[in-house]
Design a binder for this molecule. Structure first.
Ligand SMILES: Nc1ncnc2c1ncn2[C@@H]1O[C@H](COP(=O)(O)OP(=O)(O)OP(=O)(O)O)[C@@H](O)[C@H]1O
Ligand SMILES: O=P(O)(O)OC[C@H]1O[C@H](OP(=O)(O)OP(=O)(O)O)[C@H](O)[C@@H]1O
Ligand SMILES: O=C(O)c1cccnc1
Length: 477
């Protein structure tokens, strides 16, 4: 469960390339790789970057120990002892820039840039994508959910359905970044300081002679934090009336029933009826939580039906990203360092979307004087984007589509995390990440954020980057 040593959490082809680079004595040559995704998940208009904290712990703990070396020695490839000795000395000595966790990101812009010895850059590809792809996916799903219920309370309930323990724990963290309020997973709570919440299961009710006896017993033990699950037998005929009895009894003793939970049936109808019954009994403060295979689409529909739900417990659909279970983030070589210069390289494809964007680049968010983002702008570091005063933003495919921006702030998105192997940016607290994410969302017009058919947000190339790309396409064709 602890991060442990994940040095061999990589694909074998990375080790085989490392070996070949070592054999050819090119393993110390420096390369630049970009990590990015090509398509937003869930047909959403954006994604929410998450995964950096785990990436940092991973990079810091990279070491080939005795067991790893013994395992590699036993491989049929017959790796030479010199190579294994090189691995024994291995540590990450490269540089890594990333967008901060919680940043709203878009297809085809570098989210992580690695500059390192090819030996190191190649090893870390697999784990880095593994962490980035999963956590970004879940943060994005959570963000979609948050947007349909911005003022409600959102609980992550997915652990039992998650793809194993790490997914549950890091997934609940990703959901919290995107605006969830709590998790049922106690290890996530302990590890990250996320508020934890819990009601009770049907088993509690089934274990007593009657529903009322079960509610009374639970309320006795948890008089101020009690949320009663009311659907075990008959929600409106038995569950809610029994909860009301217990609520009144708690009131008489100076306590307050916190809430009820609905977990089956027509959640719109039942929540409206339950609300009326609670209100009529003078229990207007008792909240209604709903659960049962919820996602942003069902929630949107329930709201359209006038459902009276204050809090939502969301499990399977969120933690497994059930309607789009992977983010296709990739890691592509963009430059070779030769002396002091970076030589751009390209991967050509029949599919224009798969042609890589060459060179060591950075990304700016171009924010207008109204505080809203005009687009993202990929440029070489030597270009004076912040000071230019006037920028031409043009669509890299349909180049006649362009506009000029003059009154803008260019916010560089890629910030140094590791420099020459040293962690140079302290990791922010989870609550700071969450607050930063909220501010990020405010940068965008609704048209880019809407759940259905969002407008594509402009991610543009500087003229220099665009010309470099065109030049390399021409050269290789
Ligand atoms: N009013 C509603 N409009 C749209 N969807 C709803 C409404 N009420 C509930 N749902 C959703 O419909 C689905 C109902 O699933 P299902 O039929 O499996 O549940 P159920 O029979 O009510 O309960 P159980 O969990 O006991 O099987 C769930 O995803 C639930 O969130
Ligand atoms: O539905 P999810 O979004 O995954 O949320 C978590 C679910 O887990 C619990 O029950 P569980 O599914 O274990 O049993 P149940 O379906 O019989 O209620 C809880 O009552 C929710 O329904
Ligand atoms: O606390 C709850 O109600 C809960 C937690 C996890 C899964 N289902 C329900």
């Amino acid at each position: 469960m602890e991060d442990g040593n994940l040095t061999l959490h990589t694909d074998k082809y990375q080790i085989n390339m490392m070996y070949a680079h070592w054999k050819l004595n090119r393993h110390n040559e420096v390369r630049v790789f970009d990590a990015y995704f090509r398509k937003n998940p869930f047909n959403n208009g954006y994604a929410v970057f998450a995964g950096l904290e785990r990436i940092v712990h991973y990079v810091e703990s990279l070491r080939f120990g005795e067991e790893h070396i013994a395992y590699l020695r036993a491989q049929p490839e017959g790796y030479e002892e010199g190579f294994l000795d090189e691995l024994k000395r291995f540590a990450f000595t490269g540089s890594l820039r990333t967008v901060p966790e919680g940043t709203v990101v878009f297809p085809n812009e570098p989210i992580i840039r690695v500059e390192a010895r090819i030996f190191e850059a190649q090893l870390i590809e697999t784990a880095l994508l593994n962490f980035m792809n999963y956590q970004t996916l879940i943060a994005t799903k959570a963000s979609r959910i948050k947007r349909v219920a911005p003022n409600d309370t959102l609980f992550e309930f997915g652990t039992r359905r998650a793809q194993e323990a790490d997914a549950a724990i890091w997934g609940s963290r990703a959901a919290y970044i995107a605006g969830f309020d709590g998790t049922s997973n106690m290890e996530s709570g302990r590890k990250f300081g996320i508020p934890t919440v819990g009601t009770h299961a049907h088993a509690w009710v089934m274990d007593f002679e009657s529903e009322l006896a079960a509610f009374e017993a639970f309320a006795e033990v948890h008089p101020d934090r009690c949320v009663l699950l009311v659907d075990t037998y008959d929600t409106l005929r038995s569950g809610v009336p029994n909860a009301i009895k217990v609520g009144k009894a708690l009131e008489a003793k100076g306590h307050r029933l916190k809430g009820i939970r609905l977990d089956s049936g027509d959640l719109a109808y039942l929540s409206i009826q339950a609300r009326n019954m609670l209100d009529e009994a003078g229990l207007g403060y008792v909240t209604i939580t709903a659960s049962n295979d919820l996602d942003e689409n069902v929630m949107f529909d329930l709201k359209a039906q006038g459902a009276r739900i204050d809090a939502w417990g969301i499990g399977t659909q969120l933690i497994t990203a059930a309607d789009n279970p992977s983010l296709g983030g990739v890691y592509k070589l963009v430059a070779r360092k030769e002396g002091d210069t970076y030589v751009p390289v390209i991967k050509i494809s029949g599919n224009p979307e798969k042609i890589t964007t060459p060179g060591l680049k950075t990304v700016y968010r171009i924010v207008g004087s109204d505080g809203k983002s005009e687009g993202d702008y990929i440029a070489f570091p030597h270009e004076r984007v912040k000071e230019a005063g006037r920028l031409k933003l043009f669509d890299p495919v349909h180049t006649y589509l362009h506009k000029y921006v003059t009154d803008y702030e260019a916010v560089e998105l890629l910030v140094p995390v590791f420099e020459n192997g040293r962690l140079v940016c302290p990791l922010p607290s989870l609550d700071d990440i969450r607050a930063y994410h909220r501010r990020q969302m405010d940068l965008f017009w609704e048209q880019y954020l809407r759940k259905l058919n969002p407008e594509p947000y402009p991610v543009d190339l500087s003229e220099d980057v665009w010309e470099t790309k065109m030049g390399l396409i021409a050269k290789h064709r």
